[in-house]
Design a protein around this ligand. Structure first.
Ligand SMILES: [Zn+2]
Length: 357
């Protein structure tokens, strides 16, 4: 199973889908789900809906993974050819310096590197600070604006980290530029593939847009589908690397999917308090499937579960543990991805047979 999951994750991670233009990711999702849905629809925002019908009167479960990834947008091209970029989504500026970028221009991907003033010439105070995004530039090797424009780069073009995802040294740890949330997309796709022709519940797989811009796609998607329950599938942070106080992020890579109990993004005022009857049912499903899981209480982030709940729909979240979130090198464990799939397939079966709660 891991090779198939690795191939799926790699294909999804390679697709380019900065928040606001998720079309190429939607193409991959649609291709990978071929033959595993009865209806396929889209809405005005670009959300995609793949419906697999259960029997008459069967409850509806919505699975929601966001297609968009963090990226950049070209804001200006300097006379000397350098490209100035603005962040799309929440970037940690420390993670953006010294990176290879791909600017997705009218003539295809343009290679660029993020540069900044060298430490040698900085005053000591400034040398100790992270370099703010607005002081970065992208060097595409040109010497004039005309030359840069001739490469097909224009204001408004989107850019991503240029990095090919891989399983590190033959392990089951996959590192990619967009595991947030292509890992969730992989879970949604693989869960739908395993439903068979007549699942116990009707399942609507939603590939959602614009999560990274403030959870903008999932709410309207839930309002359209009106499911009995909506489950967001997203990554969550791990605290199992050196130097992190584990008690603040008590989730480990490779120890199974995380069942969300609570999260909170204080700056945005977003978060989820998942109703206990739903966490109970998710845990029952995990136990029935023999899937080890972790319980998640996350401070500092939120997911599409907030958007779904905000539309008046019962919602919860299954998280794929991830290291190095919101960087070019995010990691997930293939067995955690597999565990999420098995948990959700068991949950769908339970909801179909026993209802919610
Ligand atoms: Zn995410």
């Amino acid at each position: 199973m891991s090779d198939r999951m690795l191939d799926l994750l790699a294909a999804l991670d390679a697709a380019v889908g900065v928040s606001g233009d998720e079309r190429l990711v939607a193409d991959v999702v649609t291709r990978e789900l071929d033959g595993h849905y009865d209806e396929h629809d889209t809405d005005a925002l670009g959300n995609h809906f793949f419906t697999r019908r259960g029997g008459d009167g069967a409850p509806t479960v919505m699975l929601c993974a966001h297609m968009d990834e963090l990226g950049f947008i070209v804001q200006h091209i300097e006379d000397e050819g350098f490209v100035r970029i603005a962040p799309v989504g929440y970037h940690d500026p420390r993670m953006v310096i010294d990176q290879d970028l791909a600017i997705h221009g009218t003539k295809g991907a343009v290679a660029g590197i993020t540069g900044a003033k060298p430490a040698h010439v900085l005053p000591p105070d400034e040398a100790k600070q992270a370099i703010p995004m607005d002081q970065l530039h992208v060097d595409v090797g040109t010497t004039s604006r005309a030359e840069t424009e001739a490469l097909g780069v224009r204001v408004g073009d989107l850019a991503t980290f240029a990095r090919t995802g891989l399983a590190l040294n033959g392990t089951k740890v996959f590192s990619g530029k967009a595991v947030d949330d292509r890992a969730g997309c992989a879970v949604m796709i693989e869960a739908m593939r395993r439903l068979g022709d007549s699942p116990a519940a009707t399942v609507v797989g939603v590939a959602a847009v614009q999560e990274e811009l403030g959870i903008r796609g999932a709410g309207p998607a839930a309002a359209r589908v009106r499911p009995d329950v909506g489950i967001a599938i997203d990554v969550t942070l791990c605290g199992d690397t050196p130097g992190i106080e584990f008690s603040r992020l008590p989730i480990s890579l490779g120890k199974g999917p995380a069942i969300k109990y609570f999260d909170w993004a204080p700056d945005a005022g977003y978060g989820s308090a998942v109703p206990r009857h739903l966490t109970d049912q998710l845990e029952r499903a995990a136990d029935a499937a023999g899937v080890a899981y972790q319980r998640e209480v996350l401070m500092g982030g939120a997911t599409d579960a907030w958007g779904i709940a905000n539309s008046g729909v019962l919602s919860g979240c299954i998280s794929v543990p991830s290291r190095y979130i919101h960087s070019a090198v995010g990691c997930v464990h293939l067995e955690d991805v597999e565990g999420c799939v098995q948990l959700l397939v068991a949950f769908i079966d339970d909801v179909g047979k026993n209802g919610i709660g």
